[in-house]
Design a protein around this ligand. Structure first.
Ligand SMILES: Nc1ncnc2c1ncn2[C@@H]1O[C@H](COP(=O)(O)OP(=O)(O)OP(=O)(O)O)[C@@H](O)[C@H]1O
Length: 342
């Protein structure tokens, strides 16, 4: 089942907030994560796909079928929310079987199906437990089992892990991804956690102010952000204004760097993007793109130290990751100096 949004716009009545001209497709079995600052429209997007919010322009279609006039229950979409939204008066098995009961599946069959899904999420022995006796992570697995039980045409996950402890989150992230792949479920995942998005998704969509800024595979998004807004939101970096001064050089004001400038002309205003892991400490004197200065604030992160490196004249320090902070200079290979057009 492929999910297609074609020029979808939506405005909350009486406001200017909503979505503006969103086009994106989620291929069969693909997991697309939607990230963006608070208020960027991530939840609104899921609500429109699920049918919890209606009245958009443009088209939302599942395998070619327009969903616009279908009520929530006829869309056949599985949903998992941040708040587990389980029924406290039903036991675990009945929670999972709930959607099947609505769909009038015979009792014996739905018990078998619900038990099967509980086995998949590793809670086969918890079928008769009360929901309140489960941990947050277990409740979220029940919610996932319930969403999958109806054999959904698509799966919508809205911040499914954000209420959980960090230790549970990492494990459950892997589990959800494995189950999503096993079911070949076409999935939209909304998260404010970019690490979650980059690790779980086939592609990541970045939203801001109700618009889609970029959609790309995690590595592509990280290595080739389309704009400064995306670069600032995805991963850590140093971003500095610069001017192209020759076919392979940019001028930062306080120094020049060798960099691939593509087809840009001298005088073009750009921003230089440098990722922390691409900064080399104390390169040999005379090497290309060597900048002298001194290390500032340091944060020890175990395997590496993240530190600021201050270069005289620069408006902000360079952010670098390495085993040890540089003593007197940093270096950046030209291919790791990325230019973003202003
Ligand atoms: N029911 C509503 N009525 C009016 N405006 C709304 C409503 N719900 C959301 N908005 C506005 O629409 C915009 C998008 O909200 P949305 O909840 O989709 O953002 P989000 O990216 O999911 O944010 P967060 O990460 O904080 O959950 C925001 O400016 C928000 O204030």
């Amino acid at each position: 089942m492929s999910l297609v949004l074609d020029q979808v716009s939506y405005r909350y009545p009486g406001t200017t907030q909503g979505l503006h001209d969103i086009s994106l497709d989620v291929r069969t079995g693909e997991l697309v994560a939607v990230i963006g600052p608070s208020g960027s429209g991530k939840s609104t997007l899921l609500k429109l796909v699920s049918g919890l919010e209606t009245g958009h322009s443009g088209r939302i279609a599942l395998d070619g079928e327009d969903l616009s006039n279908k009520p929530v229950h006829q869309r056949h979409i599985g949903m998992v929310f941040q708040s587990y939204a389980l029924f406290p008066h039903l036991d675990v098995l009945d929670n999972v079987a709930y959607g099947l009961k609505l769909r009038k599946m015979p009792a014996a069959e739905r018990t078998r199906r619900a038990q099967e899904l509980l086995d998949v999420v590793g809670l086969g022995d918890y079928a008769q437990r009360a929901v309140a006796q489960l941990s947050g992570g277990q409740q979220q697995r029940v919610a996932l089992a319930r969403a999958l039980a109806i054999d959904p045409r698509a799966l919508l996950l809205d911040e499914p892990l954000s209420a959980l402890d960090a230790s549970v989150r990492g494990h459950l992230r892997d589990q959800i991804r494995a189950i999503q792949q096993r079911f070949n479920a076409t999935t939209l995942l909304v998260t404010h956690d970019q690490e979650e998005a980059l690790t779980m998704a086939d592609r990541v969509a970045v939203m801001k102010d109700g618009r889609l800024l970029q959609i790309a595979a995690p590595r592509e998004l990280y290595e080739r952000p389309a704009s400064r807004a995306v670069a600032q939101f995805v991963g850590l970096s140093t971003l500095l204004p610069a001017t192209v001064c020759a076919s392979d050089r940019v001028d930062l004001g306080f120094a020049e760097l060798a960099a691939p400038t593509g087809s840009r002309r001298p005088g073009a205003a750009v921003h230089v993007l440098i990722r922390p892991e691409h900064i080399q400490g104390d390169p040999p004197a005379g090497s290309l793109n060597r900048l002298t200065g001194r290390a500032g604030a340091q944060r020890f992160l175990g395997a590496l130290t993240r530190y600021d490196f201050e270069v005289p004249g620069a408006s902000r320090p360079f952010l670098a990751d390495s085993a040890w902070p540089a003593r007197e200079a940093i270096g950046i290979a030209p291919e790791h100096v990325r230019l973003l057009d202003d």
